[in-house]
Design a protein around this ligand. Structure first.
Ligand code: SF4
Length: 399
């Protein structure tokens, strides 16, 4: 263990012995890790947030240490790169899907790895189950490529810097990136994506290099009419510790906008009550509840996915409870690269097979993108049919 961070199964087993986790659960966790597409890494802050006495139901444990018995029957349409990001890259790490927006994958590392990560094809070290792709470019080369691309595409006014987690990158690199972005005249918004307000919030407290750089550039960007914001990621109210709250409020009081993106996760935050509590705690921490994502159809994490009806039902029951500006938008990011749509915007719903059809006019005119409910929500005979026929075209040609 270095600085209290767990990096491997041996260190985790030692820690679980210390926490008196029973041997049956230890076995379940170790075998679950072998199936995981995301690497093992646990910060000391998160280790202390997990309730090891109630580890079976702990919502934080579930996101990073799935039990072997929690994995469920995979849907045949799951993909490692479910949003087809690789094919939308105009250069390694530069994804240009929407006309005015760039998603920039600065790093492929995070302080911890979420087992449901949409970008499992890239993020973190390879695991027994999945070899990750390598963008094969240095950070400096990627930044140069981004700046050159922005200079020659003056329609782009919005850049999301993600990965990976920006908190995995030295502040000197962030400084260089932001200084370069400040010279791009067409930019209106720059967003920094991080889940480290959960993983290790102390690095965002006042008088730290991250706090200083974010607050300084927030001011500098404002003078150039650019909005610099943080996109954070809290899924459950207990993730917002006192330290997380203190860090977020300090940034907010310094004028930094922080918006939260939640992923809806079955049995973790998939109730109306938990989403209400999360919104209240976010608002009390100076964080705007921005998106709740229906989980993507990503391979090897199927037990985390709810059906779309669960997401829609939560959304309906929150409308009117909070002022509109505190209400997150409930979103499905369309498999195959159709982009984000409101969960209500589907063109059709086939309840029997659990298939929703969406269009994304801005990206691809009349093309239909399909989002499918997990098999466990369907009748056993329909599950069997899906397993045998595998594709939507095969299923529909049966009728
Ligand atoms: S923090 Fe974000 S990028 Fe990193 S593993 Fe989690 S979901 Fe993926």
């Amino acid at each position: 263990m270095i600085n209290g961070v767990i990096f491997n199964t041996k260190e985790l087993l030692d820690y679980m012995n210390l926490m008196q986790v029973n041997s049956e659960l230890q076995y379940e966790i170790v075998e679950g890790i072998k199936k995981n597409t995301m690497a093992l890494r646990l910060t000391s802050h998160v280790l202390q947030l997990i309730d090891w006495k109630n580890i079976l139901i702990d919502p934080i444990r579930k996101q990073f240490l799935p039990l072997l018995s929690e994995y469920s029957l995979p849907h045949p349409s799951l993909e490692v790169d479910s949003l087809s990001e690789i094919s939308s890259q105009v250069s390694p790490g530069i994804i240009h899907r929407y006309p005015k927006k760039i998603l920039f994958l600065l790093t492929s590392f995070c302080p911890m790895y979420c087992s449901f990560c949409t970008r499992s094809y890239l993020v973190g070290p390879s695991t027994e189950t999945l070899s990750k792709i390598n963008l094969n470019k240095s950070l400096a080369d990627k930044i140069n490529a981004l700046i050159n691309y922005l200079k020659s595409n003056s329609d782009i006014n919005d850049v999301v810097i993600s990965g990976g987690d920006i908190a995995s990158v030295e502040t000197g690199i962030i400084d260089r990136l932001l200084a370069n972005l400040a010279t791009i005249k067409s930019l209106k918004t720059v967003r920094l994506a991080t889940r480290t307000l959960l993983f290790d919030p102390k690095i965002f407290l006042p008088n730290t290099s991250f706090f200083d750089i974010i607050t300084q550039y927030s001011d500098k960007f404002k003078q150039r009419n650019i909005e610099l914001s943080i996109q954070c990621h809290f899924n459950h109210p207990i993730e917002i510790s006192e330290e997380s709250q203190q860090a977020a409020l300090s940034l907010w009081k310094s004028g930094v906008i922080i918006r939260n993106q939640t992923v809806l996760l079955d049995g973790i935050n998939s109730t109306i009550d938990l989403q209400k509590k999360l919104i209240k705690k976010l608002v009390a921490s100076g964080i705007q509840p921005y998106y709740v994502y229906q989980m993507d159809m990503v391979a090897n994490a199927e037990h985390f996915r709810t059906n779309l009806a669960t997401c829609i039902n939560i959304s309906k029951n929150l409308t009117g409870v909070f002022p509109g500006f505190q209400l997150p938008r409930f979103i499905v990011d369309l498999p195959g690269g159709g982009g984000k749509r409101s969960v209500y915007e589907y063109e059709f719903y086939d309840q029997k097979y659990g298939i929703y059809g969406f269009k994304s006019p801005l990206i691809s005119g009349g093309k239909i993108y399909y989002y499918c409910d997990p098999l466990r929500y369907l009748e056993p005979n329909i599950q069997k049919e899906w397993t045998e026929k595998k594709t939507i075209s095969n299923l529909y040609s049966l009728n």
